[in-house]
Design a binder for this molecule. Structure first.
Ligand code: ADP
Length: 386
């Protein structure tokens, strides 16, 4: 039989073993928790660092605590040290600082779990980058921080601005002929109501209203073609025809007003394989532009030449020409050369024309010298199997 002392010491030993086991269990649990935390941290870090979108962590003062390389590059910097510890407000134009105040209030004052807004930031070189910002609140060691994802939406912003501006211009352009038409028809009605014969004035009113309707048709055609192009719905109905046919036909569509002459140069028999109506639209647009933007050029030359498997068509004017810096943007949608006076237009004609030519497998371009004039040219295949 064991003595009482032996029993007590055995119990103590067991107690010590239990305490040891409890400590080991607690340690293991802590280790597992740390490993899980570490794994979570690693995943978070990988997503944070590797994202192609700008990622940063900010505190309630909008101080940048962490940022990934995409964020650094978005602001035009190369080193994290240049940005960490700075406030996002330091990169914000004064007039947009209110955007970040709103974000600050929504997240930290009203505990909104996430918040999105569009704003802009200033890059290292002073240029502006438009951003879609999404911030999500999260807790880290008893502090509430904002995980912020920033996407560069400068291009989309520019396009939206262009579109808004375009809608303004288009409405103005449509309103002008409509207002003239209204005035003309009112005058005609008044004259006709009085009875009497058809005077010279009345005939002139008739001609004027026809001119305004033609303007409206051109504008609506341009708007429709632009929309169709955007939706990829420009179907081509190709055939082989002599290009000189459409030059002859064009004269009736264009208001040369007797003050301008259209001169055809080249072989009248040269043929192209293309959509006759669409190509006519391109030619009418180029000739109308020559009349509109080079009014001092009294003769407009349409030249055709044979190049290997293509025909090259050029429309030559002797106007003021186009500034070098505008040339590369000329075929962009909505682009118009900045000018002192105001010439009506939507900035769509050259864009539509170049799209039509490209879809035929041809090319379009312009050679222009200030003070000497411009040559707009395009190429088209001369037969079906090119
Ligand atoms: P719109 O005439 O409606 O403005 P376009 O796309 O046809 O649109 O032309 C774009 C711009 O190109 C015009 O605003 C004009 O400044 C310039 N341009 C076009 N043709 C000529 C030309 N023959 N001479 C000088 N500038 C031209």
């Amino acid at each position: 039989m064991a003595s009482t002392n032996e029993l007590i010491s055995r119990i103590q030993e067991l107690e010590e073993q239990i305490t040891g086991l409890q400590a080991t269990a607690a340690q293991t649990e802590a280790d597992v928790r740390t490993a899980a935390y570490q794994e979570g941290q690693n995943i978070f870090k990988t997503i944070f660092e590797e994202s192609r979108l700008g990622n940063k962590v900010i505190d309630r003062d909008l101080t940048i605590l962490q940022a990934n390389m995409a964020m650094i590059n978005l602001l035009g910097y190369t080193e994290k040290a240049e940005i960490l510890g700075k406030k996002i407000i330091d990169y914000t134009p004064p007039e947009r600082r209110k955007d970040w105040k709103v974000l600050q209030e929504k997240l930290w004052d009203h505990s909104t779990p996430s918040f999105s807004l569009e704003t802009c930031l200033i890059k290292k070189d002073g240029t502006i980058v438009w951003c879609q910002v999404t911030s999500i609140l999260f807790s880290d060691q008893n502090e509430t921080l904002g995980y912020t994802i920033i996407e560069d939406v400068t291009e989309q912003h520019k396009l939206r601005m262009q579109k808004e501006q375009f809608i303004g211009v288009a409405s103005h352009e449509l309103k002008t002929p409509i207002t003239s038409l209204k005035a003309i028809t009112q005058l005609m009605n008044r004259k006709l109501a009085k009875g009497g014969e058809i005077t010279e004035n009345l005939v002139k009113f008739g001609r004027d209203s026809d001119r305004q309707v033609t303007k409206l048709i051109h504008l609506v055609d341009a708007l429709l073609s632009s929309t169709r192009l955007e939706q990829g719905q420009l179907a081509l109905n190709k055939s082989t025809f002599a290009f000189s046919n459409i030059v002859d036909g064009c004269c009736s569509h264009i208001e040369l007003d007797g003050a301008y002459s259209l001169v055809f140069e080249g072989d009248r028999r040269l043929e192209v394989f293309a959509d006759e109506q669409k190509v006519e639209q391109v030619l009418v647009n180029l000739i109308n532009n020559a009349v509109k933007y080079a009014p001092e050029s009294k003769s407009i030359v349409v030249r055709i030449e044979q190049l290997q498997a293509f025909c090259k068509i050029s429309v030559v004017d002797r106007g003021n020409g186009i500034p070098q810096e505008s040339i590369s943007k000329l075929f962009d949608r909505y682009y118009r050369v900045p000018e002192i006076g105001y010439t009506p237009g939507l900035g769509l004609g050259l864009y539509i024309s170049s799209e039509i030519i490209t879809r035929h497998g041809g090319e379009m371009g312009v050679d222009s010298t200030l003070g000497e004039g411009s040559t707009f040219w395009f190429t088209l295949p001369d037969r079906a199997d090119v």
